[in-house]
Design a protein around this ligand. Structure first.
Ligand SMILES: [Zn+2]
Length: 271
């Protein structure tokens, strides 16, 4: 069972803490601007002491018919390596690598949880549950979910050819992923992301993870009321929710997250 009240904070290799929202947002703004992303504010979460924006970044490919990919991080505030991994990737990416895809980013869905290292938002809501689903009813939508659902007309086409959601499992020492493909078995899309994760960590054993059946490191086509399942129900070609293990060092998790994001972007045309 995942503890939703514990605050998870790690020191970063560059200095500062994993919960430093201002450092993250400043560096993300610089790195994304340098690569030619444009930023749109989808909305704000308004806490008693601060207002925090939820941003959507886009960068068009050179070719209009290039794959359309959506990469989202920071749904759960204690899963720090997702947003920091995205920053690492953006700081290292050659703009040429981005020419082959229309890439859209949700860099930090749950800023009120991130700034303290807590799973849920300031109101105790789960930002990755309550998305409308024909197969599963699980919770009322959080503020963040309502905001993303309200922007379906923007997000659904942005992720038409692939969705990557970057999560962590703070209680575990081993890596795995959830993936969705329009097939009976996990294909190249899932296996490439898994291989990038397993380059850094051991694989979660077969059995159950979070009450879901897992085999070969993958929970496959498990429809819940998550954002990624919702995007699949909206018509996305494929989606994954990757999980790095929070019991391992933060820096290694950041490297693994950035590596999986890179695979997602650079291998899109080989799906
Ligand atoms: Zn998560």
């Amino acid at each position: 069972m995942i503890d939703t009240n514990t605050l998870w904070v790690w020191p970063r290799a560059e200095g500062g803490l994993s919960t430093d929202l201002t450092a993250l947002q400043t560096a993300l703004a610089d790195a994304s601007r340098a690569l030619g992303f444009s930023r749109q504010e989808l909305g704000r979460v308004v806490c008693p002491d601060a207002e925090m924006s939820i941003d959507f970044l886009t960068r068009p490919a050179a070719r209009p018919d290039a794959p359309r990919l959506l990469l989202a991080t920071g749904f759960h505030g204690e899963e720090s390596a997702g947003p920091w991994g995205l920053l690492r990737l953006l700081q290292q990416l050659d703009p040429q690598a981005l020419e082959q895809v229309h890439l859209s980013l949700l860099p930090l869905v749950n800023p009120s949880g991130f700034r303290v290292g807590r799973r849920f938002n300031d109101w105790g809501e789960n930002p990755n549950r309550g998305y409308p689903s024909s197969r599963c009813l699980d919770g009322t939508p959080s503020r963040e979910a309502r905001l993303l659902i309200a922007h379906a007309a923007l997000l659904v086409p942005a992720g038409a050819d692939g969705v990557l959601c970057c999560h962590e499992d703070v209680g575990l020492s081993e890596a795995y992923l959830y993936s969705f493909e329009r097939s009976e078995q996990a294909g190249a899309f899932s296996q490439r992301l898994l291989a990038a994760n397993l380059a850094h960590f051991a694989m979660h054993p077969d059995g159950l993870v979070d009450d879901c059946p897992i085999r070969g490191g993958i929970v496959f086509n498990h429809y819940d009321a998550s954002f990624e399942a919702w995007m699949m129900e909206q018509g996305a070609a494929r989606a994954a929710c990757v999980e790095t293990p929070g019991q391992q060092p933060l820096e290694r998790r950041i490297l693994a997250q950035a590596a999986m994001m890179r695979v997602f972007i650079e291998q899109a045309d080989k799906a």
